[in-house]
Design a protein around this ligand. Structure first.
Ligand SMILES: Cc1ncc(COP(=O)(O)O)c(C=O)c1O
Length: 463
């Protein structure tokens, strides 16, 4: 051991100070090409190692050119900002390095995880069920579909594909993780019916009902409806209560992909958007999106207890050696070794309390309302849609949205993305960072309008 090596706390403190200072000086960076970055930094793995202090310098250098996601110029995704209490929890999880499969290996961390899951479930009105954390919403949706498939087709897990007729439903604007999960699970992507949405981007329940009847008449076996709470581009909420009714009528599993929007359950004034979620069989809820917890943090919550173990549990003497399986989440999870995603969320929840979460969600909505007003008041900006969540989609009249986003990123002014609404390519602004000020949004619009002066016209709606 090198006696002159800095201690971990000293090194981490130096690194954090340097990174945070640089970030506040340069809240957004131009996007260099991969070739430029490779020329600038030595990324190779050496045969002879460097000192810990030198590695800290290298980490600082890497951070200096890494895209910023925590500053007030990042609007590119459904996550943004930084919550210090959660980061502290995340750092502690890395230092402790418990694997979250057994009580033997993780002790009190398992109790913390159970506490967090139980609280989330009770907020959704699913108090008697169970839950687990997966490494992101895509895997949470996959785990939900796996359990639902097992319930509908009990021989599938043991004996392989049980029905070539299994069919399922999701809105045309739902996230691609649903189609991906269907492919992974061997259900067949062509068996996933994409149901059209209404003007507001919500799944059409009438069309879904018709489609189920057609499938039944053709001898197929419908088993699963995915309702999205907070669609990825528009932030639309499918009518969960009506979908729950249809699911009950036909005996189908109702999953709510609330990866993005389930967080509105934390606000008394927004909770109505999730009406009927207490009737869902399973819910995906990602605190790493609206709640600002570092990635990944995604919870699967199920109405009924026991299904996770039934469909994901395995015997393994080398792992499950002590304690009731109730205390061994490895029996209820896709993962074997697993990162501790609960501690950072627990730390932030302890800091904010339920009341602080409510204020945070309200603030995000107030910021989205400010953005909407700016757009409506400006003669060159066109609002695409009435926002139901904190996504505000719009166009600059006569200018290509994708070109504007790309240019802003190249120039190192702002990071913001685009999507499609009603066939048109639009800029998607998400006010996920609760630390934004109204002035940050005004500056974003000024930058967008300035760059738009040189933008080519938008492609035709079909293009
Ligand atoms: C509605 C919805 N579901 C699922 C996901 C997937 O979540 P993750 O990126 O955590 O895998 C996303 C991601 O944006 C999403 O918007």
């Amino acid at each position: 051991m090198n006696r002159d090596a800095p201690s971990l706390p000293d090194a981490v403190q130096r690194m954090l100070r340097a990174v945070l200072a640089d970030e506040s000086k340069h809240p957004v960076l131009p996007s260099p090409s991969p070739e430029t970055l490779r020329r600038q930094l030595d990324l190779s793995l050496p045969s002879t190692g460097r000192s810990f202090g030198e590695v800290i310098d290298e980490l600082i250098a890497v951070a200096r050119v890494t895209p910023r996601t925590t500053t007030t110029r990042f609007f590119n995704q459904l996550f943004a900002g930084r919550e210090d209490a959660a980061v502290a929890g995340e750092i502690l999880a890395a230092v402790l390095n418990n694997s979250m499969y057994t009580y033997k290996a993780a002790g009190v961390q398992i109790l913390i995880e159970k506490e967090v899951l139980a609280h989330m479930a009770s907020i959704l009105g699913l108090p008697g069920g169970e839950g687990s954390f997966q490494a992101g919403g895509s895997l949470t949706n996959l785990a939900a579909l796996l359990v639902a498939r097992g319930v509908a087709f009990p021989r599938w897990r043991e004996h392989g594909a049980e029905s070539a007729q299994a069919v399922l439903y999701s809105s045309a604007e739902s996230h691609y993780s649903i189609a991906k999960a269907v492919g992974i699970l061997g259900i067949g992507r062509s068996h996933l019916r994409f149901i059209e949405v209404d003007e507001a981007g919500r799944m059409r329940v009438d069309l879904l009902g018709q489609r189920i009847q057609e499938d039944l008449a053709a001898g197929r076996r419908p088993f699963f409806i995915n309702a999205t709470a907070g669609t990825t581009v528009r932030g639309a909420f499918d009518p969960i209560d009506e979908l729950a009714e249809l699911a009950r009528q036909y005996g189908l599993w109702l999953h709510v992909d609330g990866a993005f929007g389930a967080s509105v359950a934390l606000s008394r004034s927004r909770r109505h958007l999730l009406k009927g979620i207490d009737r869902a069989d399973s819910v995906c809820w990602d605190p790493h999106k609206m709640m600002g917890v570092p990635l990944p943090c995604s919870a699967l919550l199920l109405r009924r207890k026991g299904l996770l173990q039934e469909h994901l549990g395995e015997g393994a003497e080398y792992l499950f050696q002590e304690d009731d399986d109730e205390l061994n989440p490895g029996q209820r999870n896709l993962h074997c070794g697993r990162h501790n995603d609960a501690l950072k969320l627990w730390a932030l929840w302890r800091h904010l309390g339920d009341e602080g979460w409510e204020r945070r969600i309200e603030r995000q909505y107030a910021l989205a309302a400010h953005a909407k007003r700016y757009i409506e008041d400006h003669p060159r900006l066109v609002l695409s849609d009435e926002p139901a969540c904190i996504n505000v989609c719009f166009e600059v009249e006569g200018a290509d949205s994708a070109w504007i986003c790309r240019r802003l990123s190249q120039l190192g002014r702002q990071k913001i993305g685009h999507g499609r609404v009603k066939g048109r390519r639009v800029i998607r602004l998400v006010t996920a960072n609760a630390a934004l000020e109204e002035a940050d949004l005004d500056r974003l619009f000024e930058d967008i309008l300035e760059v738009a002066e040189e933008a080519p016209p938008p492609p035709s709606p079909a293009g």
